[in-house]
Write a protein that binds this ligand. Structure first.
Ligand SMILES: [Co+2]
Length: 440
């Protein structure tokens, strides 16, 4: 889920950005995830021949369990991760060493000790990341032109709920784990924060470019990751630009690294690409008022922003912080504004204590507190909890500053936007890209 930049900063970045030569650094190749093996040593020969005496003996000594636990995921995904990983240890993300002044961290005993201290929360992140990978890799094959956005969003969210083991219907269940924020399905000039509301009839078309941005959380440890799909190869350079830009940002990130240095490198890579659509060639531009962000527990935007253009922000990344780096490329103006019907909302972390007069607002706030806390939600999530006629109450909460509305963010009509996003953790002794997969 994207963070929107302050207007002043985005404009500053624009004026500074004229006439910069772009020197593209090659992005690191994604390392494939380690697959856990499900070899079965004691299975009878597959060709149907009689088992050897030794094999018989072995089977007698070690009888198979009567109920076989599934070791592979179904399609669509439905098997909880806790069943697939009975040890409770989830796959480690992509680990990479710190560089330069921080290279001592790789071998530092003190840092290694710190790293081992709190494995529970690290494991929660890894579990969420594996849910994200399994759901998105299924979704990438399942989503096809002709499908409706509602069907796509519900398919993704249903799978996340099944794999995390949190249907989110009982009080507190969605706060313990599950869907971390509304599934963003952002088509063409819509860059972020679009999720279908009830009755949405939008269908994905062959010639569309669609960003899919969804989040998984376990105990408030949020994995925020996004990718872009298209079915016409003309858009490939746009998608490549954004993928490379995101990987550049992820590679540049580290303890003590300044935001301005990350933004500059992202922009250099992104804007070294162009894309020809029909007879027109467009430079790929960074959307300068969209940002990556740090992530707190149950808090998708932790207060720090990771710009994706050249800027003056000398804020540094720090040990222990979690960041989502997301970059957005566009064939339009590279600047987004609010438009269209709002679907995304979240209770403000610093929500004022207001005596609510409107009963519907009071009741809705209770539902939000029990089901979402400060996690972003959308209108469909209220619908599935059995809420109806809540719009007046919801708008009242927004106008009182208790709930914030995040309307869709769009570039110029007729333009195309793409997004890739990863979540990583700055562990004491290495950077772990939690959401890395062999897809992106
Ligand atoms: Co995000």
């Amino acid at each position: 889920m994207a963070a929107q930049a302050e207007d002043a900063m985005a404009k500053l970045a624009l004026s500074e950005n004229q006439g910069e030569a772009a020197a593209a650094a090659a992005p690191p190749a994604a390392k494939p995830e380690a697959e856990d093996s499900d070899d079965e040593d004691d299975a009878p020969p597959a060709d149907g021949s009689a088992p050897t005496a030794a094999a018989k003996k072995k089977r007698k000594r070690k009888p198979k369990k009567k109920t076989k636990t599934p070791t592979t995921q179904t399609s669509p995904p439905s098997v909880p991760l806790s069943t697939l990983f009975p040890s409770g240890d989830y796959p480690i993300g992509e680990e990479s060493p710190y560089r330069d002044d921080n290279s001592f961290r790789t071998t530092s005993e003190e840092k290694r000790h710190l790293d081992r201290l709190d494995m529970t929360y690290l494991n929660d992140f890894r579990r969420g990341a594996e849910v994200h990978r399994q759901v998105r890799q299924w979704a990438q094959g399942w989503i096809k032109p002709g499908m409706g956005l509602t069907e796509i969003a519900e398919g993704i969210e249903g799978s996340v709920r099944a794999l995390t083991g949190h249907q989110g219907l009982e009080d507190g269940d969605n706060i313990a784990g599950g869907v971390a924020f509304p599934t963003g399905l952002n088509i063409n000039h819509i860059a972020a924060h679009y999720s279908p509301n009830a009755g949405n009839k939008t269908v994905v078309k062959q010639e569309d470019v669609m960003c899919v941005d969804f989040g998984v959380h376990i105990n408030g440890r949020i994995v925020d990751s996004a990718f872009t799909m298209s079915w016409d190869p003309v858009y490939d350079p746009l998608l490549e630009a954004v993928k490379a830009a995101t990987n550049t940002g992820v590679a540049a990130a580290g303890i003590d690294v300044r935001m301005c240095d990350i933004g500059e490198q992202i922009q250099e890579v992104m804007e070294s690409y162009e894309v020809t659509i029909g007879k027109e060639t467009h430079p790929v531009k960074c959307i300068r008022n969209l940002n990556g962000h740090n992530i707190g527990q149950w808090k998708i935007h932790g207060g720090k922003s990771v710009p994706i253009v050249k800027n003056n922000d000398t804020t540094k990344m720090e040990e222990g912080e979690v960041f989502a780096i997301e970059t957005f490329g566009s064939t339009g103006v590279g600047y987004v504004r609010d438009d269209l019907e709002c679907s995304h909302y979240a209770k403000a972390a610093d929500a004022p204590h207001v005596d609510l007069r409107l009963t519907s607002a009071k009741n809705l706030l209770k539902v939000i507190n029990k089901s979402f806390g400060t996690l972003p939600f959308c209108r469909r999530y209220l619908d599935r909890l059995g809420q109806d006629k809540y719009l007046l109450g919801l708008n009242n909460l927004v106008s009182q500053g208790i709930v914030e509305a995040y309307p869709p963010l769009v570039d110029k009509k007729g333009s195309y936007t793409a997004q890739f996003e990863h979540t990583f953790l700055l562990r004491p002794n290495c950077k772990e890209v939690l959401s890395r997969g062999d897809d992106y």
